[in-house]
Design a protein around this ligand. Sequence first.
Ligand code: ADP
Ligand code: XUL
Length: 521
Amino acid sequence: MAHYLGLDCSTQSLSALVIDAERGKIVADESVPFAALPEFRSPHGFLEHPDPRIKHADPLLWVAALEVLLGRLRQRGVDLARIHGVSGAGQQHGSVYLRAPLDSTPPWRDDAPLHEQLAPLLSRATAPIWLDSATSEECHEIAAAVGGDDELVRVTGSRAIERFTGPQIRRFFKQEPRAYAATAEIHLVSSFVASVLTKTSAPVDRGDGAGMNLLDLQTLDWSPALVAVTAPDLASRLPRPVPCDTIVGTVAPYFVRRYGFAPRTPVVVFTGDNPSSLVGMGATTPGTAVISLGTSDTVFAAMERPRTDPRGFGHVFGHPAGGFMSLICFANGSLARETVARRVGLDWAGFERAILQDTKPGNDGALLLPYFVPEMTPRITAPQPLLRGDAAFTTWRDPARSARAIVEAQALVMRRYSDWIGGTPERLLATGGASSNQGILRVIADVFQAEVHRLRVKNASALGAALRAAQVVGQLDWAFLFERFAAPDPAVVVRPAPETRPIYEEMGARLAAEIHQLADR
Ligand code: ADP
Ligand code: XUL
């Protein structure tokens, strides 16, 4: 039977899912947390920096993790020769800068780790990732040069956004013009990992390319005007944007020799982790919204025609089964929950109990605004958590209410800022690391007054990648694949408690007033 491999190079880990598409079976589910490669000094997937706005990762970490992951699959007895097709997903917006296309370099040797062989090819040692917010000046410059943010929204589906790749490229060009001049190619994380796997210059998926402030949603090609104002001679440095069913090459001989892939295994263009999750959740028709609780919290849904966020925080991306998706992203997701849990001494089991058993909706008036790192939705550049309530709560001496408070505030902001995505959904699909926490799902169900479902497979992004490989290479249709893999787990349905509706309406209004004081614009 044909097997397909999906990879997910996300913020904190690299994961693989192998499926037997026809039998509807998961053959392998493996993950390498970046914390397991301490030599890269990136326990959360990015490097420490004194400026909280600067968040870069070492792209060689992703290459080293790929080798560890493939090695582990082999150790577990997964026969990679049975893989008929590979695709993948990457954290969105991050960019990798290369001196030369990978196919122009000498064949890779087997006697040294691949990341060491690739190191001399980087024209920039680090890759700015989606958590980076250091490009406000470049955002203003780009928007001003094309006639304002409204024009950017019209062309690209988003205003100029700090973490998007265009402003990041501009900052690199301004700060390190010589290194920019020495750059032959600029990749997204998705196209970089696909380039490594195929030892070619892999194109960019249009869906993921829409997160760069460079793609014209009408033509689905780079916008000449935006390319021109972002950095000089940028057009020659950008990979081609291609449709999501493009086969971009075959697995490179290095990986065939080292890990046992069959020669010429096809590789389908990689996409962004959110578009990939949309497919992995089977949420490709409008009406069902996905809440992804990974490092970032995101809310997204398929839509037929691009619709933009009147507040200017949301985005329009392409989605891999055709059409568009709307998305809103919050930087203070899992890492903010982790910070609170650590601060009050709760593990995840205790955090879950605190919400389900020890506290009640509304939290007796306690409110905790979850701003530990600069936030993009709403825009908060000088973050600090804000606590409102009695003395025990505001001095972090009430662990249970602290746990509930951060989740209630996060769910309320998610609801408020996703209202443009298409009304209040009746059904939400949850994915990402924190979706295994029933307490978090309970609060989301109550705040949204919607049923929350979860899939059997936890990593929807890796699953989406494997399904895309099966759809393109195996010519299997989406309905067939969704029926086998994307059915929600019947054991996990969290229904909203109707009596909590007025509690959260009141709390939402209080929260909106507090945010109004804090937010920049
Ligand atoms: P990403 O894909 O962005 O790398 P994941 O979807 O793998 O992230 O999610 C990782 C996060 O999941 C961790 O940062 C951790 O905080 C969170 N997480 C894992 N288990 C739980 C749990 N039981 N409750 C809440 N959060 C959890
Ligand atoms: C989406 C975004 C994040 C990253 C990392 O716009 O910035 O969700 O894709 O998951």
